[in-house]
Design a protein around this ligand. Structure first.
Ligand SMILES: *Cc1c(COP(=O)(O)O)cnc(C)c1O
Length: 425
C-alpha cells in the first residue's frame, strides 16, 4: 500500500501478518462436515500441487473432476483477471455480456436452446427438478409429480437433490423429505419400465455414475430410458455435473451415447474451480420458467461466465477431445498393467474416458481409502468412489509423462500397502 492511498482511506491500517493456520485449525473452527487430508495445498500448476511444507504432489483428482484444464491455467487466469478489472457483478435486473456469450456458445455446442445459470451442481439439479415438476403441472396437472432416479446416484446436497440421490445414508435425520420420489437400480431396463408410469414427470440419471463407483450406463439403457420417457410424457434429465465437459472424451457424455436428454445439468469442470453451474434445455421446456419462477443472485455472474466460456472454448476443440481419448487409452493401458501385476488387489478397471475406477477384489474390499492415503504419502493424489473403488480423475491436459509417473507412484504405493502387516492395521 503506498503512502497516499493509506492517507486517503483515513487512519493508516496496521500491516498485520496473515492469520497463522494449519490442518489443526480445521478441527477448531470448521463445521466438521469433512475429514480433509493432513496436507494443506497452497499452490498448483497444471497437474502439480504443493503443500504448506513445500512438498509436491501429482494430482490425479482435479478436485473431483473440476480443474480439468489444470491448476492456474494461464488462459483462464488472464480471462478472469481481465474481467475482474471490468465488471464483477450486476443483479438480475440487468444481463451482462459474458453470460450472453456463454449461453450462446453452450446452446450452439449442444441440443439445448436455452441456458439457466447457478453456482453449483446441486443448484443446477434443483433447477432441473423444479422445472420438470412445474412443466408437468402446467401441461398435465398436479398429480404428475413423481421423479425417478437411480440407487447409488448422486445429485447434490440440497434437501431436494439429496432426496432424489439414491443414498439413504445422506438423507438420514433430515426428514420430512420431499415426496413422490422413486429409486430404481442403475442399468436395469426392466426396473425402469416397471417404475415409469403416467404420474412420472422426470427421470434423472448420470450417464456415468461418479460417486456411486464409476459406472457407465449402457447405450441400451439410456436409449430405453429415452423411449420410456417419450411414451409417458416424462422429461429425461442427464446429470453431467461430473461426466460432462470433456471428461469422457466428448464435450458431453450424451454425445458419445447418441441419446439426447430434455434437460442437461453441468457444473464442476464448467468453471475449472470457479463456482458455476448450468441447466440446459429446449425452448419448449424453458418456456415453463417464466419471470419470477426461479432465480439466484450469483447465477450467470460475469466472472463465472467469463471463465466458463474460456473453458468451453478450450475443451470443445476437436483436437483437444481427440487428445483426451488418446490419454484415456494410455491411462487405461497403464492401469491394466498394474492390475496384471497386482491381481490379488484389483479385479478390473472401469469407467469412460478419463473418469476411471480400479475395483478392489473381494479380498481387499473396503480398503480404497487406505490405498489413496498411502498413494498421497508417495506424492500421488487419488480419490475413492465408495469403499471399494480407487478413482482417477486427472485433469484432461494430462501428459503421457504424467501418466507414466502416476503408474510408477501407484505401484510404489501398492508395494507399501501390501508390506503393512495385517496385525498393524
Ligand atoms: C458433484 C456432483 C453433484 C453436486 O455438485 P455440487 O457442485 O457439489 O453441488 C451433482 N451431480 C453429480 C453427478 C456430481 O458428481
Amino acid at each position: 500500500m503506498n503512502e497516499s492511498t493509506s492517507m486517503q482511506s483515513g487512519a493508516a491500517m496496521p500491516i498485520s501478518a496473515p492469520i497463522a493456520v494449519n490442518r489443526n485449525t480445521f478441527d477448531a473452527v470448521m463445521v466438521p462436515t469433512y475429514a480433509p487430508s493432513a496436507l494443506v495445498p497452497v499452490r498448483g500448476a497444471g497437474l502439480e500441487v504443493w503443500d504448506q511444507d513445500g512438498n509436491r504432489y501429482l494430482d490425479f483428482t482435479a478436485g473431483i473432476a473440476v480443474t480439468s484444464l489444470g491448476h492456474a491455467h494461464p488462459g483462464l487466469v488472464e480471462a478472469l483477471c481481465a474481467q475482474a478489472k471490468a465488471l464483477w457483478h450486476v443483479s438480475n435486473a440487468y444481463t451482462n455480456e459474458p453470460v450472453l456469450r456463454l449461453a450462446t456458445a453452450l446452446t450452439q455446442a449442444t441440443f439445448a436452446e436455452r441456458a439457466f445459470f447457478c453456482n453449483s451442481g446441486a443448484e443446477a439439479n434443483e433447477a432441473a427438478f423444479k422445472l420438470a415438476r412445474k412443466h408437468a403441472s402446467k401441461h398435465f396437472g398436479p398429480t404428475k409429480s413423481r421423479i425417478v432416479s437411480c440407487t447409488n446416484s448422486f445429485h447434490g446436497r440440497t434437501l431436494f437433490t439429496v432426496s432424489v440421490g439414491g443414498q439413504p445414508k445422506y438423507t438420514e435425520g433430515f426428514g420430512p423429505l420431499p415426496q413422490q420420489l422413486t429409486h430404481i437400480p442403475f442399468n436395469d431396463i426392466e426396473a425402469a419400465r416397471a417404475a415409469i408410469g403416467d404420474d412420472v414427470c422426470a427421470l434423472v440419471v448420470e450417464p456415468v455414475q461418479g460417486e456411486g463407483g464409476v459406472l457407465p450406463a449402457t447405450k441400451e439403457y439410456l436409449q430405453a430410458l429415452r423411449d420410456l420417457c417419450d411414451q409417458h410424457h416424462a422429461l429425461l434429465i442427464f446429470d453431467e455435473v461430473q461426466c460432462g465437459m470433456g471428461r469422457t472424451g466428448t464435450l458431453f457424455a450424451y454425445m458419445g451415447y447418441g441419446v439426447t436428454p430434455d434437460i442437461l445439468t453441468s457444473a464442476k469442470a464448467l468453471g475449472n474451480g470457479y463456482p458455476v453451474g448450468a441447466m440446459l434445455t429446449t425452448d419448449a421446456i424453458a418456456a415453463t420458467f417464466v419471470v419470477g419462477t426461479h432465480g439466484t443472485t450469483y447465477g450467470g455472474n460475469p466472472l463465472a461466465a467469463t471463465v466458463a466460456l474460456k473453458v468451453l472454448e478450450t475443451i470443445q476443440a476437436p483436437e483437444f477431445l481427440a487428445r483426451v481419448r488418446q490419454a484415456a487409452q494410455n491411462l487405461v493401458a497403464a492401469l491394466q498393467a498394474i492390475i496384471a501385476d497386482y491381481p490379488a488387489v484389483f479385479s478390473e478397471v472401469r469407467g469412460s474416458g478419463l473418469m476411471l475406477g480400479m475395483v478392489l477384489s473381494e479380498q481387499y474390499r473396503g480398503r480404497a481409502k487406505e490405498i489413496t492415503r498411502i498413494a498421497e504419502e508417495q506424492g500421488l493424489m487419488l480419490l475413492i468412489a465408495g469403499p471399494d473403488v480407487v478413482r482417477l480423475l486427472p485433469a484432461l491436459i494430462v501428459s503421457d509423462a504424467q501418466i507414466e509417473e502416476a503408474e510408477h507412484l501407484l505401484r510404489r504405493a501398492l508395494d507399501a500397502f501390501l508390506a503393512v502387516p495385517v496385525a498393524a492395521l
